[in-house]
Design a protein around this ligand. Structure first.
Ligand code: FE2
Length: 427
């Protein structure tokens, strides 16, 4: 069954701006009919592409400057490359998307995934936040969001049908894309053994590249062309299929869903690391005489008791609130782009912000704490700074003249480097 495409959602005359905001009613409809329930294909969600393949390719190129091994996965003829092998797939200087893809796939099938694209391509992050702002306003602050980029020339997702921890909003930015998806209980009902590891569930016997074909006719087929959006909930099995000569580029906004214990675990781990509890190589001697009444290691029990008291304290509430405000100020993205250079474009002008993303701030005595786009800074508090932030958050364009208000410079530089400010001509 091929899923029908949702009818055009945009009014005949699309509003001139903002560019990356779906039409009124899109997110209400999506949350009511699709979110967490069923997959869908959406057409005309935005007036144009959220990013061109060339813009995205600049992000892919930037990702290769990162030497960490968890930035990408590369598969050749269905086999996952080692990190060293992966590095041979870096684009050449000046190479553009299509020649690059043709070169690396000349004699083999290649699938590549780039994780954390929002870090490699800050502009993509800014646009995506605009796109999902109406969604998050209704859903709440996600546990984690990430942009992941999928491309290559290949006939099927290596390793076959699987489930992830993330629900995917997936833009097709080049070519066409066909995803086969199956309902959550599809394979279980057929007695296919599966295993879950680090949030991904795979069918043990589905990894063979040909095996999925016996379930293909029962799949729900999501087919999308350039500019269209796919969605599937994290509970659904999925894989991509393609003609070897297709060259799709797919940018996924992955909205993660995690066991609450995992989310709490990450937070507690961060807190315990802050406590600098030292290192350990043994729990102390075990006395066989205590038998079935073996006590838990005293050192660990004492640490937990200390942590328990700390968790209930005002101090810990403050630490948790700080982490949450920072997370909320990045719309739920755990990894955000690094600060840009803080140089201001002018000393005199008019500044404003997108009021859908207000700047969080709190004055605590002489200190002013400011959270903007996933970054935080503490500055000396002045009435001028508080007034500027208040006016910006109201959506008002604010004239600034640093010749006159030199003390505003550190705050303006912070907002500039965290990509919050827009500048206009002097009033
Ligand atoms: Fe997946």
């Amino acid at each position: 069954m091929t899923l029908p495409v949702e009818p055009p959602n945009r009014p005949a005359t699309a509003p001139a701006a903002p560019r990356y905001t779906p039409a009124e009613g899109f997110w209400e409809h999506f949350l009511k009919e699709y979110w967490g329930q069923k997959p869908g294909v959406f057409r005309n969600v935005l007036p144009g592409l959220i990013a061109t393949p060339d813009e995205v390719f600049e992000g892919i190129r930037a990702s290769w400057a990162r030497r960490e091994t968890d930035v990408r996965s590369v598969y050749v003829n269905g086999r996952r490359c080692t990190p060293a092998e992966s590095f041979t797939f870096a684009p050449k200087p000046e190479e553009t998307f299509e020649p690059y893809l043709s070169r690396i796939t000349a004699e083999q099938e290649v699938t590549f995934v780039v994780y954390g694209m929002q870090v490699h391509a800050p502009e993509l992050w800014v646009r995506t936040r605009e796109f999902i702002s109406g969604f998050i306003a209704r859903l709440g602050v996600p546990i984690d969001v990430e942009l992941e980029l999928f491309s290559g020339k290949y006939r099927a997702t290596p390793r076959g049908p699987h489930r992830d921890d993330a629900s995917n909003l997936s833009w097709i930015l080049h070519g066409e894309k066909t995803m086969l998806v199956w309902p959550p209980d599809f394979f279980e009902k057929r007695g296919v053994p599966t295993a879950t590891q680090r949030g991904q569930t795979w069918g043990r016997d589905l990894c063979d590249p040909e095996v999925y074909k016996q379930y293909q006719d029962e799949a729900v087929v999501l087919h999308a062309k350039e500019g269209e959006l796919l969605y599937w909930p994290y509970t659904w099995w999925h894989m991509a299929v393609a003609d070897k000569h297709d060259a799709p580029m797919m940018l996924n906004t992955c909205v993660y869903n995690r066991p609450k214990a995992d989310a709490l675990g990450v937070m507690l781990m961060g807190l315990m690391r802050q406590m600098e509890l030292g290192r350990i190589d043994n729990f102390g001697r075990f006395d066989p005489a205590v038998g079935g009444d073996s006590p838990a290691p005293a050192d660990i029990v004492a640490t937990l008791a200390h942590l328990g008291g700390l968790c209930a304290s005002e101090q810990m509430r403050g630490v948790l609130a700080e982490r949450f405000v920072k997370h909320a100020s990045s719309s739920g993205f755990t990894d955000v782009p690094a600060r840009a250079p803080k140089a201001l474009p002018a000393d005199v002008g008019t500044v404003h912000i997108d009021a859908r993303f207000p700047i969080a701030f709190r004055q605590d005595g002489e200190a002013l704490r400011v959270w903007s786009n996933g970054h935080a800074i503490t500055l000396p508090a002045t009435p001028q700074q508080v007034e500027l932030l208040t006016r910006l958050n109201a959506g008002t364009p604010v004239p600034v003249d640093l010749g006159r208000d030199a003390a505003l410079r550190p705050l303006l530089e912070e907002l500039q480097s965290t990509r919050v400010l827009s500048w206009g001509a002097p009033a």
